[in-house]
Design a protein around this ligand. Structure first.
Ligand SMILES: Nc1ncnc2c1ncn2[C@@H]1O[C@H](COP(=O)(O)OP(=O)(O)OP(=O)(O)O)[C@@H](O)[C@H]1O
Length: 782
């Protein structure tokens, strides 16, 4: 049998699923794989300090999920300690290694591309391969030889093949990987940043920020949280009325007032990932923005920071540039007129003067970077590379914009925004962030210094207490905690089946599996009812095997019919919330025909009308199963204009945060069942002062707030001051007036300095011009 035919024969036994790095299942599986010994035993590695999984929390994670194939400084010490006979190399170590909280970089080995790994899983041998789109797997001698997946583009793919009678094993694999991933993800939020190719790149994973750490005047956090929760649970309401399922929040106001911090806290509270985009990025243009907005998953937070910067860049920056360019051009025209009279004298200043003279030789010499050419190129580029207001508006709510997302935009300059941007439907809720009120100063102080009530060392408990004390509207989102627990560990049925699974045909050393149709692995144990329900809810479609495994040729015959359309369409069951869809990759004819080669995607969902729309993200799971739907409370005020709200209570004498804020744990501590007396579990505060008694803390906080002027300094500035005194609460109170004075003086100086700077800059400019003129005169004279 020829090798092609053999490949074809072999491949016809396999079910193969492809996972693109752009999609969540890829991340789930990479984490799962990083924990498999077979994956770690790869003989060809590439190294990365970006851990094998985004969930690893960057390089300083000490969590269990750190891949076993990673290593760091601790290992280094251990290795040498194990072998004392060996002379230890001189290590220029510094005590900083042991500094608590110091980032410890770990290096991770991960198998190189195009190496195939055979991994035993639940009675099946999986063949796993990482590869890049554009590589032809067939040409690379991959086991997927006959279908050469080649779409170009260079994105990473993961392919998993298994010899099985049904796709259950693949489903189980994906489900397990997802559960493990989510069990880790629960305490963190994932941050994605837009890249210049119009894609979203995972950038960071951060610990959730507790809402209680955000200090805003009473009611704001609660209002915002309740609004976002209501929105997320109102999909049907929007659909019934034909209103696009989107909601925008505009957080505007002074720098350092907590806009970004609040968004992070909300993302953590709602278990949503953040997709952040800076509109001032040089590569942002209308087309990229539209692509990006169309690619965000349905349930997430899209964060547009410094919204006003988009327009300083596109209009302000361009007009400035244009103006400069025009001035330059005028000057040069003038110069070239002069110089054309004496062209022979142009050698010394040819690079600039020759440009407008039309001298071809000079143009060649200066190449394409000749100023005119350059300007033209830049003109052309800036035409293409421009973000326009209409482009932005279109990206936010055009047909391609994703539904279900929460859009948060921040700006320090509300007045720079076009009214069209902030109209309801685009920015439904506005919140004005002002400098810290006295109320906030007091609350910040209370949050900053430990109280002896806060003795339960668990941050979670603190959060729980805080949450318990925060009145939240009755909403389906209250189902989140139960959802978390359901993902926290593999189901018992899995543990059982794993323990009892037996190995089928073992792969040989080179990784090939001897195929004997008679010895095909037993069917994977069926999914438990629980797992089936989970799958049904998600609608993941994986390759199916509509055949008898012993007649591979039959499969080939079946392929045309199966692949001709039906299988490429997800079942209508997948149109529910949180659908996963299996899409035949269909890029080459052989693949198009093969229902066994499937790209698994959570990105797209087939609506019942056959159209494709973005589907919920991983985070959308928070809404799965929530059958309760309530009338959105915010509907009564479609555009809740809350301008001035943050500072609203500051005009009159502010109530004590301790007394009035439901969100301040200490304020409600006496009623909180979570609190324990200090004596039971004294908290260790290595870098903090000894916990203060509630009455002392309260007194100091009030005194502090009295001494801080209302709405003069940002919360960030106050935080900076408190940080300087983080272990001396009494001194912090005593010294705050002096700090206020010092800050005022500094501000004055800065203002004065700026003025001076401007003046002297102008003077310098003038002097430069004069020097230039003198030079020109000299030249002419010469
Ligand atoms: N209201 C607040 N509550 C708690 N911390 C705050 C608050 N405001 C500011 N901070 C602290 O100040 C720092 C800066 O805050 P943040 O980045 O959220 O401000 P911002 O309003 O987004 O600023 P910018 O407009 O400059 O981006 C953070 O360390 C944050 O913890």
């Amino acid at each position: 049998m020829g090798s092609r035919a053999w490949n074809h024969f072999v491949n016809s036994f396999f079910l193969t699923a492809h996972f693109s790095e752009d999609d969540y299942p890829y991340d789930w599986l990479m984490l799962w794989l990083s924990r498999r010994p077979e994956w770690q035993r790869s003989r060809e590695f590439e190294t990365t300090t970006r851990l094998a999984t985004p969930l690893s929390g960057g390089s300083n994670s000490s969590s269990s999920r750190t891949a076993d194939n990673s290593f760091g400084d601790e290992d280094y010490r251990e290795w040498w300690a194990e072998d004392p006979a060996e002379e230890q190399p001189q290590v220029y170590s510094y005590d900083g290694d042991d500094v608590p909280g110091k980032v410890k970089t770990r290096v991770v080995f991960q198998p190189t591309f195009d190496t195939t790994h055979t991994i035993y899983y639940r009675g099946h041998w999986l063949r796993v391969r990482r590869w890049r789109k554009g590589d032809n797997m067939g040409n690379n001698g991959g086991w997927g030889g006959s279908y050469g997946y080649s779409s170009g583009g260079g994105g990473e793919m993961l392919s998993v093949s298994v010899v099985a009678r049904s796709n259950t094993i693949l489903k189980q694999l994906v489900l397990q990987a997802k559960r493990e991933y989510e069990a880790e993800a629960i305490h963190r939020i994932q941050i994605y940043f837009a890249d210049s190719h119009g894609g979203w790149r995972w950038t960071d994973s951060r610990h959730k920020r507790p809402m209680s750490s955000i200090v805003l005047n009473p009611g704001y956090k609660e209002m915002l949280l309740s609004d976002t929760k209501d929105f997320l649970n109102s999909e049907k309401w929007y659909a019934d009325r034909g209103i696009p399922f989107r909601r925008g929040y505009l957080l505007h106001g002074v720098p350092g007032s907590g806009k970004s911090s609040l968004i992070h806290a909300i993302a953590g509270e709602l278990m949503l990932d953040i997709y952040a985009l800076s509109l001032s990025a040089a590569w942002i243009n209308d087309a990229t923005l539209t692509t990006l907005m169309g690619r965000v998953p349905a349930r997430c937070i899209v964060l547009l920071e410094d919204l006003d910067a988009a327009f300083t860049r596109s209009t302000g920056r361009r007009s400035k540039k244009d103006k400069k360019r025009k001035d330059k051009k005028d000057k040069k025209d003038k110069k070239s007129k002069d110089k054309s009279k004496s062209d022979s004298n142009n050698n010394g200043s040819g690079t600039t003067t020759g440009i407008n003279s039309g001298s071809s030789s000079r143009r060649r010499r200066t190449g394409t970077s000749g100023i005119n050419g350059g300007a033209n190129t830049t003109d052309a580029l800036s035409e293409v590379n421009t973000l326009s207001l209409s482009g932005l508006l279109n990206a936010l709510d055009g047909v391609a914009a994703a539904e279900g997302r929460l859009l948060f935009a921040t700006t320090n300059h509300l007045d720079h925004l076009d009214p069209a941007l902030s109209r309801p439907g685009r920015m439904d809720v506005w919140i004005d962030f002002k400098n810290a009120s006295k109320w906030q100063a007091e609350a910040l102080f209370r949050n900053f210094f430990p109280s002896c009530e806060e003795d339960s060392s668990s941050g979670d408990q603190e959060k729980k207490a805080s949450r318990a004390s925060t009145p939240t509207p009755a909403s389906p989102s209250s189902s989140l905690p139960s959802l978390r627990s359901s993902f926290s560990s593999p189901s018992p049925s899995y543990r059982q089946s794993r323990a009892s699974s037996t190995s089928p045909a073992e792969p040989t050393d080179d990784g090939t599996i001897t195929l004997d149709p008679g010895s095909l692995p037993p069917s994977a144990p069926e999914l438990s009812a629980e797992e089936e329900a989970e799958f049904a809810a998600m609608g993941l479609v994986l390759p199916d095997v509509p055949r008898s495994a012993s007649t591979p040729e039959g499969d080939v015959e079946n392929l045309g019919a199966e692949g001709s359309g039906q299988s490429s369409r997800p079942s209508t069951a997948s149109s529910g919330v949180g659908s996963w869809v299996g899409m035949p990759t269909g890029l080459s004819s052989s693949m198009a025909n093969s229902p066994k080669v499937t790209e698994v995607s959570t990105r797209h969902t087939a609506a019942s009308n056959g159209t494709w729309s973005p589907s919920p993200s991983l985070s959308s799971l928070s809404s799965i199963g929530s059958a309760v739907w309530s009338m959105p409370t915010f509907m009564s005020s479609t555009a809740s204009l809350v301008t001035g709200a943050v500072g609203a209570v500051t005009g009159s004498s502010p109530r004590s945060p301790a007394a009035s804020s439901p969100s301040l744990p200490r304020a409600t501590s006496s009623t909180s069942p979570q609190r324990q007396p200090q004596s039971k579990t004294p908290r260790q505060h290595t870098h903090s002062p000894a916990p203060l008694s509630p009455s002392v803390l309260s007194k100091l906080a009030q005194e502090f707030a009295q001494k801080v002027p209302d709405e003069e300094f940002s919360v960030a500035a106050l935080q900076g001051y408190l940080l300087r005194n983080k272990s001396r609460p009494e001194e912090a109170v005593k010294g705050v007036e002096a700090w206020v004075e010092e800050e005022r003086r500094n501000k004055e100086k800065q203002k004065g300095g700026k003025g001076k700077g401007k003046g002297s800059e102008e003077e310098r400019k003038k002097r430069r011009e004069q020097r230039k003129e003198r030079r020109e005169k000299k030249k002419k004279a010469f």
